[in-house]
Design a protein around this ligand. Structure first.
Ligand code: FES
Length: 116
């Protein structure tokens, strides 16, 4: 597995009230800012598909709450915090800030050979 870190934006480009939607390594993700921390996650809730960019982040617990049914997901693992019976986690990605830039790490997808 090859991990790739990508510069996605300046920290100041992310409105604290509106996560930035960005395609990184072929994945569409929401990049949210809470204080001096940043979080990157899939925009579709694994329950019924709510837009997670509208979710509420709790920095203290490192969780995001879905805007529709309030399931909470761990922003480090993507797993549902309560025993909801969800089989799929919320996709989450490592994100950090360096020199005012937001860096997100994703697994590099294998490129398929194109037909000759
Ligand atoms: S759609 Fe997210 S908890 Fe139901």
């Amino acid at each position: 597995m090859v991990m790739v870190e990508t510069d996605v934006a300046a920290l100041t480009d992310i409105d604290p009230d509106r996560p930035l939607m960005k395609r990184v390594g072929g994945r569409l993700m929401a990049i949210a800012r809470a204080g001096d921390k940043v979080f990157a996650f899939g925009n579709t809730c694994p329950h019924w598909g709510a837009p997670m960019r509208e979710g509420k982040i709790c920095v203290k617990r490192n969780e995001i709450e879905c805007p529709w049914h309030r399931f909470r997901f761990d922003l480090a693992t993507g797993e549902s915090v309560a025993s909801t019976g969800l089989r799929r986690p919320l996709p989450v990605y490592a994100a950090r800030v360096e020199n005012g830039r937001v860096l997100v790490t994703v697994e590099k997808r294998e490129e398929k050979d194109s037909p000759a």
